[in-house]
Design a protein around this ligand. Sequence first.
Ligand SMILES: [Cu+2]
Length: 68
Amino acid sequence: MTTVTYSIPNISCGHCVHTIQSELSELPGVISVSADQATQQAVITFDGPATEAQIKALLAEINYPAVN
Ligand SMILES: [Cu+2]
């Protein structure tokens, strides 16, 4: 199990937080997603079959690219 904190500058409101949490939660292997508007970060805990590459690709796809 891995937990990664991503910086996502596009997070600007509660809707962004909701979108990121609901979209990422649907990825198989993602255990928890906690996005925060104030810090513009998302803390994501995952295990196989999810990979960091998949998570970053999905974030980019929904227009919330991570900068780290
Ligand atoms: Cu928003």
